[in-house]
Each structure stands twice: as structure tokens, then as C-alpha cells.
Ligand binder design. Structure first.
Ligand code: BV8
Ligand code: ZN
Length: 257
């Protein structure tokens, strides 16, 4: 990764984080990239290469072929279980010991939690929160996860009603979980001038989550993007650090002394 490791972090970024009382961290798929989880936008691996994740992560795809969609999520659950949080996740956990930090993530993995952070909101749900797609009952069983990607895999069956068990993620066209939205909005409203909103690893394309950085800015927070490339929200940020989560975040936290 060129960039952050060669260039010093902008002094105003370090000053903003140093002086912040509250820090709202908004993370997207780029946060987990250096753990080995492909970002949502990257071509899907192997079997799902020709399928657009935007088409697969929908109620329509599930209704049409639950076994095909379940196979994709079972494989992704296996991948998350097989990787570790990266230095970026660990830096945010450390930041949470130095400042009042709230995390709202678009990621459905549990890597922030496994790094030691508590997450205020999984705005797109959690891949391991399984529930019946018919009666909504939480499914507490351990689903069988494939060691290799398989094209189709029957989802577990709900013990209450026999319905197909689905992943607890938010599909396109579905409402975001009310508790996650409420927690994120509360964290945004708590921001005051001098506080910081760190936006890490998101393309800023998916709404309503993509609107959160602008809301942080309107609360007076200093908005800082950490992303190797320009995104839909870059020009709305006060500062951008063109580098990766695992390279930049540890250096920001180290500068807090
Ligand atoms: C909603 C869970 C109300 C599933 C996800 C038409 C019909 C219906 C809805 C819509 C419509 N038109 C628009 C909408 C709204 C839609 C939307 O926003 N669509 C977009 C595409 C325009 N939103 C919704 O449907 C939401 N619900 O609006 O309900 C409603 C209801 C009905 C009708 C209208 C409105 C629900 C959206 C949630 C979808 N579920 N995930 C799953 O995971 O399988 S979204 C999924 O994609 C992720 O969670 C994430 O949010 C998104 C991907 O975005 P990113 O996380 O940003 O990842 P991405 O790969 O894009 O980018 C990675 C970034 O990381 C890049 O910038 C890259 O440069 C950077 N990066 C890479 N490496 C690193 C790095 N950064 C740092 N370090 C690195 N090493
Ligand atoms: Zn059921």
C-alpha cells in the first residue's frame, strides 16, 4: 500500500483526534479488507463471481432460491470465522480506551467485537444473527458451514414453524434495524464541535448509512475519512487520509500518546 506509510499523517488530523472528547467511528467493508474479507464491491470470489452482490443480497433472491443465497452466506460466515481482526480493528479498540468512542458499522462481521470493541450499531445487521424467515424466531442452532464454497446449501429449518432460517443481515430494499438506527442517531446527536467522526473503509454508496458522515458534519464534528481512494463522501470530509485502515489507524492512535 503506497501512501500513508510514506507520508506523515496531516497534523490537523492528529490535533483533531487529540482534542476530541467524543469520536464516532463509521466503518464499512474496507475496515475488514486487511483481515482478508473481500469488500462488498470487489468481485465475489469463485462461485458467485458472475453474481452481483447487490442482486444476491435481496429478499427477491432469497424468495427465488433460498438454498443458493444461504450457500453464499454460509460460505461468508465460514470466511469470517477463519480470519482475525486486523491492526485497524485493534487500533479502534485501543482508541475506545483513550476516548469516548461509539462505533456504527455497515459490516455484518464480528471483527470489531473480536478486537475488543463494543459496537453501538450494526446498521446492516450481523451475519451470525440467524432468524426464521417465516415466523421471525431467532435461530440459536449452530448451522453447518461449508469448508469449501458450494453452489447450493439448504438453510437450517426453524424448529418453531419449519420455515427457512435466514441470516440476520439487512438486504437491499429492507428497512434498517430500528435499534441500530436509533443508536446511530443518538451517537450523531451527541456530537459537538470539537468532536470527531472517523469514516473508515466505506464507498459511501449505500443509503441511509451513506448519509451519516454528513449528519456528523452538521452536528459540528470534524469529519475525517480513512480510505486508500476517493469516495462519494470524500469532498464532504474536513480531512482525508489516503491510506488503509490497518496502516493509518494504529498511527493515529499512537500519536495520542
Ligand atoms: C433502505 C448487508 C428503505 C447484506 C448491505 C431501490 C429499491 C430499494 C432500495 C433502494 C433503491 N434505490 C436505492 C435504495 C436504497 C438502497 C441503496 O442505498 N442502494 C444503493 C446501491 C443506491 N438502500 C437500501 O435498500 C437500504 N434500505 O433504504 O430501506 C427503503 C426500502 C424500500 C425502498 C426504498 C428504501 C438497505 C441497504 C443495506 C444493504 N445491505 N449489507 C450483506 O452484507 O450481504 S449493504 C453492503 O454494501 C454493506 O453492508 C455496505 O453497506 C455496502 C458496501 O458498501 P461498503 O461497506 O462501503 O463497501 P464497499 O465494498 O462498497 O467499499 C469498500 C470501501 O473500502 C471502498 O471505498 C474501498 O476503497 C475501501 N477500502 C478497501 N480496502 C481498504 C479500504 N479502506 C480502508 N482500508 C482498506 N484496507
Ligand atoms: Zn419459524
Amino acid at each position: 500500500m503506497t501512501g500513508a506509510e510514506e507520508h506523515p499523517l496531516p497534523a490537523e488530523v492528529l490535533a483533531a483526534v487529540r482534542e476530541a472528547r467524543r469520536i464516532l467511528v463509521l466503518t464499512g467493508a474496507g475496515m475488514s479488507a486487511e483481515s482478508g474479507i473481500a469488500t462488498f464491491r470487489d468481485a465475489q470470489t469463485g462461485l458467485w463471481e458472475e453474481f452481483d452482490p447487490m442482486r444476491l443480497a435481496t429478499p427477491e433472491a432469497w424468495a427465488e432460491d433460498p438454498a443458493f443465497v444461504w450457500a453464499w452466506y454460509a460460505w461468508r460466515m465460514h470466511l469470517v470465522r477463519a480470519v482475525e481482526p486486523n491492526a485497524g480493528h485493534r487500533a479502534i479498540a485501543e482508541l475506545g480506551r483513550l476516548r469516548e468512542v461509539s462505533i456504527a458499522t455497515q459490516n455484518v462481521d464480528d471483527l470489531h467485537e473480536r478486537a475488543g470493541s463494543s459496537v453501538a450499531a450494526h446498521v446492516h445487521g450481523s451475519i451470525f444473527d440467524l432468524r426464521c424467515s417465516d415466523c421471525g424466531a431467532p435461530f440459536v442452532g449452530e448451522p453447518e458451514l461449508p469448508e469449501e464454497p458450494v453452489e447450493r446449501l439448504d438453510p437450517p429449518t426453524c424448529p418453531e414453524c419449519g420455515g427457512d432460517v435466514r441470516p440476520g443481515v439487512v438486504w437491499f430494499g429492507e428497512m434498517l434495524p430500528e435499534d441500530a438506527v436509533a443508536a446511530t442517531e443518538a451517537a450523531l446527536e451527541a456530537l459537538e464541535p470539537g468532536d470527531v467522526c472517523l469514516v473508515v473503509g466505506t464507498s459511501g454508496l449505500v443509503f441511509p448509512a451513506a448519509g451519516y458522515p454528513a449528519m456528523a458534519r452538521s452536528e459540528g464534528a470534524t469529519v475525517i475519512e480513512v480510505n486508500p481512494v476517493e469516495t462519494e463522501i470524500s469532498d464532504m470530509c474536513h480531512h482525508v487520509v489516503r491510506g488503509s485502515a490497518a496502516q493509518v489507524l494504529p498511527r493515529i492512535v499512537a500519536a495520542l500518546g
